[in-house]
Design a protein around this ligand. Structure first.
Ligand SMILES: Cc1cc2nc3c(=O)[nH]c(=O)nc-3n(C[C@H](O)[C@H](O)[C@H](O)COP(=O)(O)O)c2cc1C
Length: 169
C-alpha cells in the first residue's frame, strides 16, 4: 500500500469535445489519472455518485448545474477504507463552472485532511483550474494545497509530460 492516493472524479458517456457532442468510453480525468498512477505508483480511487448524472450531455449539464446551484452534496457509493495511511492526495476532477463537481465536495468534507498535502489536477475545456484550489483550501483548511495542474480534456491521453513537469516542482 502506498502513502499516496489519487482520488478522482470522472464521467464517461456524452461530452462536448472539439465543437461537437461525442460519447467517451473513458472520461478525460480518468485517462489523466491512469497516467499519473503509472508515474507515481499511488493507489487509485474513483469518486462515484450513488445517482450518477445522465449519460446524455444536455441532461447531465442540467443536473450538475442544479446540484451546484443548491450547493448539494451528492451521496457517494464508497470512500477509501483508511485515509490515515495517506499523506499525499492527488485530487483529480473535471472543471464544472469554475470548480469541482459537487460529489468532490462530498468527498473532501468526509475526511480530516489536516497535515496532508493535496495536489489538485483538473481537465477542462477552457476554464483551467478556475477557483477550485481556493475551494479546496476552504473545505480542507488544515491541509497544504499545492498549485494545481490544468489539462485540456481532449489532450488527457497525452498528459504524461505535463504531469512529469508538475511532479518535479
Ligand atoms: C456538467 C459539465 C460542466 C462543465 N463545465 C465546464 C466549464 O465551466 N469550463 C470548462 O472549461 N469545461 C467545462 N466542462 C468540460 C469538462 O470540464 C471537460 O470536458 C472535462 O475534461 C470532462 O472530464 P471527464 O471526462 O473526466 O468527466 C463541463 C462539462 C460538464 C459535463
Amino acid at each position: 500500500m502506498s502513502n499516496k492516493l489519487i482520488a478522482y472524479y470522472s464521467r464517461a458517456d456524452e461530452n462536448y469535445l472539439n465543437g461537437m457532442i461525442q460519447a467517451l468510453q473513458i472520461g478525460n480525468t480518468e485517462k489523466a489519472a491512469s497516467i499519473l498512477k503509472d508515474l507515481t505508483e499511488a493507489d487509485l480511487f474513483k469518486i462515484e455518485q450513488v445517482n450518477p448524472y445522465a449519460k446524455e450531455y444536455n441532461e447531465c449539464i442540467a443536473q450538475a448545474q442544479e446540484d451546484q446551484r443548491k450547493d448539494a452534496r451528492p451521496q457517494l457509493k464508497r470512500f477509501p477504507d483508511n485515509m490515515d495511511t495517506y499523506d499525499t492526495i492527488y485530487l483529480g476532477f473535471p472543471n464544472y463552472w469554475g470548480t469541482m463537481p459537487m460529489a468532490v465536495f462530498t468527498f473532501l468534507e468526509h475526511f480530516d485532511f489536516s497535515d496532508k498535502t493535496i495536489y489538485p489536477f483538473c481537465t477542462h475545456e477552457g476554464s483551467g483550474m478556475g477557483h477550485s484550489e481556493a475551494d479546496i483550501k476552504h473545505l480542507c483548511p488544515n491541509a497544504k494545497v499545492e498549485k494545481g495542474l490544468a489539462i485540456q480534456g481532449c489532450k488527457a491521453s497525452q498528459s504524461k509530460k505535463q504531469f512529469e513537469q508538475w511532479l518535479k516542482r
